[in-house]
Ligand binder design. Structure first.
Ligand code: AMP
Ligand code: ZN
Length: 471
């Protein structure tokens, strides 16, 4: 089955073709670790995860790189505003390094609890300053840079293709948007590669460079780190749609200017999660985090299920009512799977009965067609609701689908009534309890192993021995 993705570059649905057989290089813009990820950011990382899992499901070997932006960056993409890390540092009295470490840990905790698979590589910007300096030097040698007011700028007028991703020419990029013009810039859309002339004194994150002591502009890290880990050309670059006009536009300019080659083949962008009146913004201080939802009693997977319910290229409106609906559906799904597990073992995926294979094919097709997760979920429900499909085929197909959905279906524990066990097993458990009382641990262990062979796991609790079915 051929995969098709919507490529922002060109705005069309395109068949997916890799540069190197079944290997996929995929770079996703990651968090700036000066605060918790908000649930909008988490939607973006969930999209990355579904994309990666889909590629793996279809047999690709994916190298997934996601940067951790731990150098201070400005509250505005256009080199304006206050430095985000320094702002938090000032507000909390902690150093920028401490803040970065704390929020990097928080980021990994959030993604783990959402069953987002950890990227293959998560390079930290602070550990790649020399790579960034190297790339800026290349740009300098090729004449794409200029120094002004102590900073090194990229001159967009030297790069004829500037703005091709945003499909706007230089004149109307941001038409209507108000930008404060930096008088050092020759063109208002030029951007900083290296700052030495910080507006903010006491910048704690500074490095020596050929242009003086300072720190990198934001965009350069993604070009430097992606090329370091994926090579000068790779398959997919992802991020939220807000990155199209500035961040990704600038990443393309500096990468392609440096190498003289096309950089990335597929640009994939997720739409926004919106809340109330508009987009959520970390910098405005109005945002919802995963722990806010957990403190209200939701399971992180309720949010995963909620996100799967929207296509990544459509805006998703967050409301507690819709999160409640997702929780109900997710709980219903888990109960069904638990009942199936308690009753049967999954069959072989290659010998599904009834219409199970049709449902699985529908599921695959939905994902192959630009990651249609809402449709994919509906195929899972069709499968589970069809009484002509056997329990074991349902389980096998549902587990298979869950390789992409990532809801942890195969790991669900089965709650079994303690008296719902054949008499011969109950007798063995009683015998084992007696053996333990007599300190005959050899016999007790023999019985434990005997039951384990029959799929019964024993656990000794203060209330006595409990058993569960090993599924
Ligand atoms: P940031 O830390 O602001 O660079 O954002 C990290 C990722 O989240 C980027 O890919 C953004 O495009 C994405 N993002 C930011 N806000 C939202 C939102 N409300 N909905 C979906 N994605 C978002
Ligand atoms: Zn980036």
């Amino acid at each position: 089955m051929e995969l098709q993705f919507y490529n922002t570059m060109g705005r069309t649905l395109q068949p997916f073709k890799t540069l190197d057989n079944n290997h996929v290089g995929m770079y996703c813009c990651g968090p700036t670790v000066y605060n918790y990820a908000h649930i909008g950011n988490l939607r973006a990382y969930l999209f990355d995860d579904v994309l990666r899992r889909t590629l793996e499901y279809f047999g690709y070997d994916v190298k997934h790189v996601m940067n951790i932006t731990d150098v201070g960056h400005l509250t505005d993409d256009e080199d304006e505003g206050e430095d985000k890390m320094l702002k938090t540092s000032r507000e909390t009295g902690k150093s920028a390094w401490e803040i970065a470490e704390y929020y990097t840990d928080a980021f990994f905790r959030d993604i783990d609890s959402l069953n987002i698979r950890r990227p293959t590589v998560s390079p930290r910007a602070t550990e790649h300053i020399q790579d960034m300096i190297g790339l800026i030097k290349r740009l300098e040698e090729k004449g794409y840079t200029y120094e002004s007011g102590g900073n090194i700028y990229f001159s967009i007028d030297k790069f004829p293709d500037y703005g091709k991703l945003a499909m706007r020419d230089k004149q109307d990029l941001y038409a209507g948007a108000r930008i404060e013009v930096d008088s050092n810039k020759r063109n208002p859309h030029d951007f900083v590669l290296w700052f030495t002339n910080s507006k903010f004194e006491h910048h704690s994150m500074m490095w020596d460079s050929p242009w003086g002591r300072g720190y990198p502009g934001w965009h350069i890290e993604c070009s430097a780190m992606s090329m370091k880990y994926l090579g000068e050309q790779f398959d997919i670059h992802c991020g939220g749609i807000d990155h199209i006009p500035i961040h990704h536009t600038n990443e393309i300019a500096q990468s392609e200017a440096a190498t003289g080659k096309k950089w990335v083949n597929y640009w994939m962008h997720n739409e926004f999660l919106i809340l109330g009146k508009g987009k959520m913004a970390k910098s405005s201080g109005e945002f919802l985090t995963l722990s806010v939802l957990v403190n209200k009693g939701y399971d992180p997977l309720d949010f995963r299920y909620f996100s799967l319910g929207g296509h990544y290229r459509s805006q998703l409106q967050f409301t507690y009512d819709s999160l409640d609906a997702s929780r109900n559906a997710r709980e219903g799904l888990f109960k069904r799977i638990q009942r199936l597990k308690a009753a049967d073992e999954p069959s072989d995926i290659n010998s599904l009965d009834g219409k199970a294979k049709e449902y699985l094919d529908g599921f695959k097709e939905a994902l192959a067609h630009d990651l249609n997760t809402p449709k994919a979920l509906s195929w899972l429900w069709n499968l589970l609701k069809d009484s002509s499909v056997s329990n074991s085929s349902k389980l096998a197909a549902a587990y298979d689908m869950d390789r992409v959905l990532g809801l942890g279906l195969a790991e669900l524990q089965v709650e079994t009534a303690q008296d719902d066990l054949p008499e011969e097993f109950k007798a063995l458990i009683r015998e084992r309890e007696e053996a333990r009382r007599d300190r005959n641990f050899k016999r007790a262990d023999e019985i434990r192993d005997l039951l384990l062979d029959s799929g019964i796991v024993l656990e000794d609790t203060p209330e006595g021995t409990r058993w569960t079915k090993n599924v």
